[in-house]
Design a protein. Structure first.
Length: 367
């Protein structure tokens, strides 16, 4: 029985050719060539001034927060429903994540809950575009401006999403993306930091070189304790090929979502939003469904049926406040109401219409 993957990368001859070239020729003085090319291609795609390719999105977020001066006892506001990688870098710096509730339609941070969470210790808001859905950036930036807070976009899952003409990741003080093998574009594993702020870019560049000032010609001289979150030239070679195909890859993701949407529209469930707003569109990295309580569908039993039929499925993210290391209160009502009624659907690039129909039929039979 053919496996229906929830996600896997789309690899063409171009990626293979680039990697072979990097293996054969990308050494010595050429060891960064694909990295520089990939960073240049990515910043042009996003229409930002600066980009730094990294070994992970987590690392990009860690360095960005550090460069902003986030430190011990500071607080950073973030939505309760998220993968832990969006919150962990806050704790690396000794700061504290403050979890607020989500909107029931986008599953992103609820702007109306942000102001009540702000204290004298608050330094930033992280807007995570969950599953490629978009945060309400205008309102978030208005609040941040009012209280003199940084806005960080975690666009790990939001390649292809556009908010009022601005690509996700380009609207905050900085943005970060994931290039993990499950994402719309990939470098196998990796991430990227983006910003229009030249001073911030230089700080992150220095941090990513073990604290060396890249303008100082003195060799092996570190001016601060830094990090090593660099991507490899081989990975960047894949990234260059993926960027060359990015519009096609985004278009395919959108097509997959709308096929699911059509097949499941008769059911009492919520899916990623369909937007009709001018100059706004979603990348639909991960088609997701939230079952209406009245359907009384057992998520675990459905996922077991998926597994029995060689279909991958993923659970909706848990509230971060429910994890043992955070010991939070179960006070974010929307987050705790929907997380155990949600699943992510298979959406790898080579999925067929027949595969989608099979998945949709299995879901429909549960009602």
């Amino acid at each position: 029985m053919k496996k229906i993957h929830y996600t896997k990368p789309s690899i063409s001859d171009l990626e293979i050719s680039n990697v072979l070239d990097a293996i054969k020729n990308g050494w010595g003085e050429k060891c960064y060539d694909y990295i520089y090319k990939f960073e240049d291609l990515f910043k042009k795609h996003l229409n930002v001034r600066h980009a730094i390719a990294t070994s992970s999105c987590t690392g990009a977020l860690h360095m960005g927060l550090s460069a902003l001066g986030i430190t011990t006892n500071d607080e950073v506001i973030i939505a309760d429903i998220n993968w832990i990688a969006s919150a962990a870098p806050i704790t690396y710096l000794g700061a504290k994540p403050i979890f607020v509730d989500i909107l029931p339609n986008t599953w992103c941070i609820d702007p109306s809950k942000i102001e009540s969470a702000i204290t004298k210790k608050t330094k930033a808001i992280i807007a995570v575009h969950l599953y490629g859905n978009l945060c309400e950036m205008d309102e978030i930036r208005r609040i941040a401006s009012k209280y003199n807070l940084y806005v960080i976009e975690d666009a790990a899952e939001a390649i292809g999403s556009v908010y009022k003409g601005n690509k996700a990741g380009s609207m905050g003080d900085f943005g970060v993306f994931s290039l993990h093998g499950s994402k719309t574009i990939t470098t196998g594993e990796g991430g990227i930091f983006v910003t229009d702020n030249t001073e911030l870019y230089e700080k992150v560049s220095n941090l990513n070189s073990h604290g060396r000032n890249l303008k100082n010609p003195k060799q092996f001289w570190s001016e601060t304790i830094g990090f090593k979150y660099k991507i490899s030239n081989l990975q960047a070679a894949i990234g260059c090929a993926q960027i060359a195909r990015i519009e096609k890859l985004i278009k395919k993701k959108r097509s997959i979502f709308f096929k699911y949407h059509k097949l499941l529209s008769h059911m009492n469930l919520t899916m990623n939003p369909v937007v009709n707003e001018k100059n706004t569109e979603y990348g639909y990295w991960m088609p997701t469904i939230i079952f209406d309580e009245k359907l009384n569908i057992d998520r675990e039993k459905l996922l077991q049926k998926f597994e029995d039929n060689n279909i991958d499925g993923r659970v909706f993210f848990y509230p971060l406040s429910s994890l043992p290391m955070f010991k939070g209160k179960k006070e974010n009502k929307v987050s705790y109401d929907i997380f155990n009624r949600g699943i992510n659907l298979p959406s790898f690039h080579e999925i067929t219409d027949q595969d989608i129909e099979k998945v949709a039929k299995m879901i429909s039979n549960e009602k």
